[in-house]
Design a protein around this ligand. Sequence first.
Ligand SMILES: [Zn+2]
Length: 309
Amino acid sequence: MDIQFLGTGAGQPSKARNVSSLALKLLDEINEVWLFDCGEGTQNRILETTIRPRKVSKIFITHLHGDHIFGLPGFLSSRAFQANEEQTDLDIYGPQGIKSFVLTSLRVSGSRLPYRMHFHEFDQDSLGKILETDKFTVYAEELDHTIFCVGYRVMQKDLEGTLDAERLKAAGVPFGPLFGKIKNGQDVVLEDGTEIKAADYISAPRPGKIITILGDTRKTNASVRLAVNADVLVHESTYGKGDEKIARNHGHSTNMQAAQVAAEAGAKRLLLNHISARFLSKDISQLKKDAATVFENVHVVKDLEEVEL
Ligand SMILES: [Zn+2]
């Protein structure tokens, strides 16, 4: 599982950073990629990765500001051009209005898609658990921005323990139905009378990962709730230390506030994105340094950077 950042800039694209989008790559887990936000030019960024558009099965939108959604019509249309590949359905989750934005853009441009889209719109009153599959649960909660905006908490379900086949073979268990029994937690007795305790050969279940991806926001308790014990928190850092007042006025956060959220939530790792173009590379290292005084495991991400979880 990993996250690849497709656009890490705030508001408008710059030469170094495109507008917001990131891919949560769940290829090993479910052979799918989930996109979070889709700013203009996201499809161009995807061309520079190994991500195949038809693997994108779900798109989660945090809010309807242009720098988070203007890439949708283009991406959705290009996704249809993989003619010799199987056309797979797509789910789009986002605030009320996202369906009308997408369908209007496609209609007026005469675009017809050979796959089906399913929209899952929500508003203030219909948040909470927005998706549950056999492997993942996704929650959304309202943040504090200038328009309705949400953050997402993606929770992987705990992973079953795995069977240590090598050790079983070494213990004299013949490969076959006995393996299945032991895997199901059943103790067995071999022909020579040896007792095999299943628990000795199955590793403990591993806790699933928690990934928190926030939209644009002022510092708010909702962010902390979404990020409780998260393995990784992706938080905007439109502004730097000392800019708290201007951040508040524009509905955004500073690096220090993002670090406070990560610390309060007990998150393990903080990734800062949505970086203003006025920050030059020396400012970026300062952004990180300052934030690290509050939360040590912090990193300012770049476009196309891949972070393994
Ligand atoms: Zn915004």
